[in-house]
Design a protein around this ligand. Sequence first.
Ligand code: ZN
Length: 468
Amino acid sequence: MDKKNREKPRGLRAIRFLAALWCAKLTVPLLKITRHNGTNFPGEIAMKICPEFLRYLDKPARVLAVTGTNGKTTVTNLLCDTLTAAGHRVLSNRAGSNMYPGVATALLTGVNIFNRCSCDTAVLEIDERSSRLIFPHLTPEIMAITNLFRDSIMRNAHPQFIADFLTRYIPRGTKLVLNADDLISSAVAPENERVYFGIERMSTDVTECVNRLNDMRICPKCAGRLEYEYLRYHHIGRVRCADCGFESPAYDYAGADASLETMTVTVRDRGGEGRYGLISDSIFNIYNLVTAVAMLREYGMDHAEIQKYISQVKLVGTRHTDEEVNGVHVINQMAKGLNALACSRAFDYIASQPGEKEILLLMNCLSDERHWSENVCWLYDADFEFLADPSIHVIVTGPRGKDYFLRLKLAGVKDEQMDYVRDEFEAADKLYLRPGSSVFLLYGADDSLDLAFRVREKVLKLAKEAKR
Ligand SMILES: [Zn+2]
């Protein structure tokens, strides 16, 4: 392969490749005219006609990639928007289609009909399991792995399985940007050149895990018991083995003095430091920001440049929207179902908010119940215990409502603190909507957004009409 990640097809292969490219490119305007979402389809067509399409496709000279369980989309969007603001011509699958067809679709929009790419940089979000299909044809120059946690068991089995999977398929020439606070993902592909990022001790850190899940309890070197110097949540923190001295890697990019009061964090490295505004008040997003800054530093930007352009980035608020009506805060919050960690983070966040809280738990309320077949074991990995607090009222609803009800009971949530109503709209009638309270509408990434937003409309209407 040449410098631009491309192999020249010859003879019949060249004809087949061009036919694939032209057909795929033709579908792009057609999908627009017919108002179809075309983040996968052109890539699928191209692959059908020419299975090695990605290998022959011209690519930008610089390719950045992001993978990992949580935070991929946020980091990808931060990188893409910052580089675009800095004047680069960037290609990205930022809409979240992160498997082979989505990556192929993003890259093919950047080339002309003669397979010449006019962009200088690609920022690609890559699904962990799709690395097997994508990386034989594409070598990212720099790739971040945000973290590895338990995710959908049917798709991802166990984080250690995904770590081994990535080690097997990540190209040897890719430089890795790894999370030193996550011993599972930071051990991926040990032969590759790498730098580490992390967040220094925070005032909210602990030393004993309070979460149900901690997949890094024993030393990977000697199987001794790991001691946490500080622990943020689950297995995220800095460890040391008392028996053999093994410890977490040192930070090349250290997030320091993270403050939720000033909503800023300093990122420090050997070449300098910069103070950056936080995206939101969740620790997760501090990691996402530090990851993006580390990637941009590796790309070659200095802190002053990154500060200037990253501050112009506005993340689309689809995952967290907040509106106040008649003294009631109505908050839509996405919590990926099947992903115990994302749910635990959401529950912890809600419990830490001041005042009275109400939760309408809409997760996995797909209108089509047949497509939700995964078993419910992940509910027992998620920290529903955070919700066992007298300031919280939970209403569970939808096809899986009874599973959630049972789980909440086992987590110690009292009967008078919760309700179950099968119908999503009728469930909203159970809300107290007291002035000064916050209502969280929790829905999953795979759920019907339309349903979540229609329920939200009803809640806003109820809050508006509530007698004061
Ligand atoms: Zn050890």
